[in-house]
Design a protein around this ligand. Structure first.
Ligand code: DOR
Length: 426
């Protein structure tokens, strides 16, 4: 038994307490204390439901030089995540039930965060032939996506939505039009021109979202079940407006935004630092403000990391050659707690919802409320500030655009079904 005394509770229904939280048998047994072998003083700390990341590149199988399940899932629990969706753009891509089962088995043996592998929508993520949604679901796939690649063939996407919906699986899309994006390495516009770097226009995202929403409309019309389209790593104001309109019209679409698109803009590229090279690219302040508005009004359902580790050597190449991606599992919550909640007054309860019930509902998981009988998959957060130190990351990608930023809200204890999977209490 574990007792966390005098701790403030925060979940999607709000902030309350302090309470004395007794944990045993994988559950919250009481909010009024009780006998326990281990007692933690929670004074000044927050207890929240464990976070779910809808979008992490854990690189297994085949790219273990960048990350592996052991390091990625350790990074996750250090970041307060109890549940992680791994992306299938691995080598080879995760496109068979056997591959999904192998990942689940390996992750289970690690006893860190729980893994919910995403599987490819198309075989080899080549965009030509669909994978077997039913068998993938049975093996434990949480959603289908060709993330990392764009779905150029609208007909395949439509067929994929129809097939996936028959098995209750969401289809997640990396919404960029490849023919507009071309070789862009940063946001297209005057700054890219000034820096002499090839631009990736915001219209590449908006055009693809507009098309995908029409594909969804068609799938909804033709399907007896309800297709679910999820738009990944939204980066533009226009894309957000399209999703807002679609939601108003009742289309079953959900969307996520990343820590980097919510805290950084194209201005950072003036440093020419390849760490900042990401797809879709960092945009403008106007886009960033629109995304925050979208988090508030429900156009965006979740904050997802798009944790994308690469080797130091790869990220030390020049901007044109370095791969796309920013690692963020270990800093996502402190970053947004500090930059959105503390600095901009973004409501803590909504922020926590965007890390918990928001992403959970996309996978069809029940919300977690901190009450007696609730599953004890929890995170204890410390508002005390300290700087981001990438050299101490559990992730193999020990670099960060937020290195040196001073943040509060660090996870100091993470529990999965009552088991301690991360502990950094002083
Ligand atoms: O920046 C990105 N990195 N965007 C993606 O879509 C893929 C990801 C990766 O796999 O590195």
């Amino acid at each position: 038994m574990l007792l966390i005394k005098n701790v403030t509770l925060v979940d999607a229904s709000g902030k309350r307490g302090p309470a004395d939280v007794l944990i045993g048998e994988g559950k919250i047994l009481s909010l009024d204390g009780g006998e326990a072998e281990t007692v933690i003083d929670g004074t000044g700390l927050f207890l929240a439901p464990g976070f779910l990341d809808l979008h992490a590149h854990l690189r297994e199988p085949g790219q273990e030089v960048k990350e592996e399940l052991a390091t990625g899932l350790l990074a996750a629990v250090r970041g307060g995540y109890t549940d992680v969706v791994s992306m299938p753009n691995t080598t080879p891509p995760v496109d068979t039930p056997e591959a999904v089962r192998a990942l689940k088995k390996k992750a289970h043996a690690l006893s860190l965060a729980r893994l919910h592998p995403a599987a490819a929508l198309t075989q080899g993520q080549e965009g030509k032939a669909l994978t077997e949604a039913g068998l993938l679901k049975e093996a434990g796939a949480s959603l289908l996506t060709d993330d990392g690649h764009t779905n150029e063939d609208a007909g395949i996407l439509a067929a994929g939505l129809l097939q996936a919906s028959a098995f209750g699986l969401p289809v997640a899309v990396h919404a960029e039009d490849a023919s507009l994006r071309r070789g862009g390495v940063m946001n297209d516009g005057p700054l890219a021109d000034l820096l002499g770097l090839p631009g990736n226009p915001k219209e590449a995202e908006a055009a693809r979202i507009a098309r995908d929403l029409e594909v969804l409309r068609y799938a909804v019309r033709r399907s007896p079940t309800r297709p679910h389209l999820h738009i990944q790593h939204l980066s533009t104001k226009r894309g957000l407006e399209l999703i807002r309109e679609a939601k108003k019209a009742g289309l079953p679409v959900t969307a996520e935004a990343t820590p980097h698109h919510l805290t950084l803009t194209e201005e950072a590229l003036k440093s020419f630092d390849p760490i900042l090279k990401v797809a879709p690219p960092l945009r403008t302040q106007e886009d960033l403000e629109a995304l925050i508005e979208g988090l508030l009004d429900g156009t965006l359902d979740a904050i997802a990391t798009d944790h994308a580790p690469h080797t130091q050597a790869e990220k030390e190449m020049d901007l044109l050659r370095a791969p796309f991606g920013i690692p963020s599992l270990e800093v996502a919550f402190p970053l947004l707690y500090t930059e959105l909640h503390l600095k901009r007054g973004f409501p803590l309860k909504r922020l926590v919802e965007l890390f918990t019930d928001g992403p959970r509902s996309i996978l069809g998981l029940k919300p977690i409320h901190l009450e007696e009988g609730a599953e004890a998959s929890l995170v204890l957060l410390d508002p005390k500030e300290r700087p981001v130190e990438p050299r101490n990351f559990a992730s193999k990608a020990r670099f960060s655009p937020w290195a040196g930023w001073v943040l509060g809200g660090w996870p100091v204890l993470t529990l999965v079904e009552g088991q301690v999977v991360h502990q950094a209490l002083e």
